[in-house]
Design a binder for this molecule. Structure first.
Ligand code: SAM
Length: 491
């Protein structure tokens, strides 16, 4: 069994829908050469319906024997029959009507609508559970059909199907279907598969587009508890696919055109929740010293809903040790976020050291200020709010004293320009550390559509061009995925 999430990133939401449709059609054809019937679980939502439209429009749709396919739903809005907000109604309009008689009517297993006979979500859940049980194999552990592919959308809060963060439905394990009467998304009454039913599917495909989803995608892939980010529990029995557009993937270290390598059956899973990389980060945690303070800074950032893009604890420790080993007293940081890396740098700089940290967002800076002031190093950190380029130009203009160590971790588009500016604020021997310069290997692609990848490529070229810096790039893996750090020294 391979439960490693496999992440595939497409350039935009349209390509994502088309590519998912093509993937689904190909998979159905493959499955039909192996067994019969095939069970597919559909999802609603913008991307889910766009996928169905793309299936309807594809000439490959004729390669599927639809008479052999059963269609199910992961969740439904509990509304009267024919209500246009029902996932079933939208799926009929997008695809099922177009299939006509090719898909037998009794293979379309819609969740019950609200009627006088089915007055509440619990009754609907019981009926759907019975329908699932009727199609379950005799020897099944759980009374559900052998779902081959289960599609799920995901909300910005990380909800999947109608399983919402913090709701009691998340822990239901004694049923396959559950009623939800208090959905934070209208309409409140819903019917949803439970986690055990979802996780019984051979393949679970989570499809998400847009930067509003980026935080939840990153949190789920990093193994957040499914009580907080339900999508973290969207795991297939054999395979889990995350099909994303660039915006939704923007907080994980994968980029358009990149797909995560899938471990073979005999290998340990390297990335994602509970993976080797994440576990090794845990294993080495005792080497890092007392993590109470940095953990509290990280928690404050999470509580303030800052994106989960700070360095990891082992990386923070590297910054501390580099700062201490080089005897750096004056440290410059680009990109404060919640002050997590700032704290490690200030620790490394010692009681006489100072850190000047540049941050575009006043909100991020305020969170960092609060967190750092709650520690014993707050008075040694100066946060400058505004675009880093303007702040650096002003500092150069003012003749600011040279820094001993610089950590560059702001926007990646401007990296080459940042290099020029921080070298101007350096002395011979200044160490410059630049994070995220490998980007899951996306830097290999010369025509990559992501401006961050292009910015990183330009930075690497600039380092090679400049005679006054020498350095290296170390590829990194860990809880944060696959990336890399440049470590440079000014000559
Ligand atoms: C990756 S986060 C920094 C993480 C932080 N160094 C840590 O590890 O804890 C990047 C930060 O850079 C900030 N940023 C983005 N563009 C910027 C710019 N043009 N100037 C200054 N800061 C910027 C973002 O607001 C964000 O807080």
């Amino acid at each position: 069994m391979n439960r490693a999430p496999h992440v595939v990133v497409h350039p935009d939401a349209d390509v994502l829908a088309e590519a998912t449709a093509a993937r689904l059609l190909t998979r159905l054809v493959d499955l039909q050469s192996d067994h019969s019937p095939v069970h597919v679980v559909l999802t609603g939502g913008t991307v889910g319906i766009a996928v169905l439209r793309a299936v309807a429009a594809s000439p490959v749709r004729g390669a599927v024997d639809w008479s052999d396919v059963h269609v199910w739903w992961g969740d439904e809005r509990f509304l009267p029959d024919g209500d246009p907000d029902r996932n079933e109604v939208q799926a009929r309009e997008a695809l099922l009507d177009a299939l006509g008689d090719a898909l037998p009517a009794d293979h379309v297993h819609a969740m019950p609508a609200r009627t006088a006979q089915v007055p509440d979500t619990d009754a609907a859940a019981r009926l759907y559970a019975a329908e699932l049980a009727r199609h379950a194999p005799a020897d099944a552990d759980l009374a559900v059909p052998s779902f081959d592919v289960l599609l799920l959308g995901m909300g910005p809060d990380g909800h999947v199907a109608s399983l919402f963060p913090g709701h009691a439905t998340l822990s239901v394990s004694d049923r396959t279907v559950v009623g939800e009467d208090d959905s934070p998304k209208p309409p409140p009454p819903r019917v949803s598969l439970t986690f055990p039913a979802i996780q019984a599917a051979a393949e679970v495909w989570v499809v998400a587009a847009g930067d509003g989803k980026a935080d939840a995608v990153a949190a789920a892939l990093r193994g957040a508890p499914s009580t907080e980010v339900p999508a973290a529990g969207a795991v297939g029995a054999v395979r889990t696919l995350w099909l994303l557009d660039v915006a939704a993937a923007s907080h994980v270290a994968v980029d358009a055109g990149e797909t995560r390598s899938e471990p073979g059956p005999a290998r340990r899973q390297t990335e994602g929740p509970g993976s080797t990389w994440a576990e090794v980060d845990e294993l080495v945690a005792p080497l890092l010293g007392d993590l109470t303070v940095p953990d509290s800074i990280a928690s404050a950032a999470t509580a303030a809903a800052l994106p989960d893009i700070a360095v990891s604890a082992p990386q923070g420790r590297l910054l501390e040790l580099l700062t201490r080993a080089t005897g750096a007293r004056r440290v410059l940081e680009l990109g404060t976020l919640g002050g997590y890396s700032t704290w490690w740098l200030a620790r490394g700089a010692g009681p006489e050291g100072v850190v000047v940290s540049l941050e575009l967002s006043a909100d991020h800076a305020a969170v960092a200020r609060r967190s750092l002031d709650a520690t014993d190093i707050g008075h040694r950190v100066q946060i400058e709010i505004g675009p880093a380029t303007a702040t650096l130009e002003r500092m150069i203009h003012e003749g600011t004293e040279a820094f001993d160590l610089v950590f560059v971790d702001a926007d990646k588009q401007s990296l080459a320009r940042y290099l020029d500016l921080v070298v101007a604020l350096s002395r011979p021997g200044t160490v410059i550390v630049v994070d995220n310069v490998v980007r899951g290997g996306a830097v290999l692609e010369a025509d990559h559509p992501d401006a961050r990848v292009q910015g990183t490529r330009q930075f690497l070229e600039r380092v090679a061009q400049r005679a006054d810096v020498e350095g290296t790039v170390i590829q990194t893996v860990g809880r944060k995925g696959y990336d890399g750090m440049a470590i440079l020294v000014v000559r």
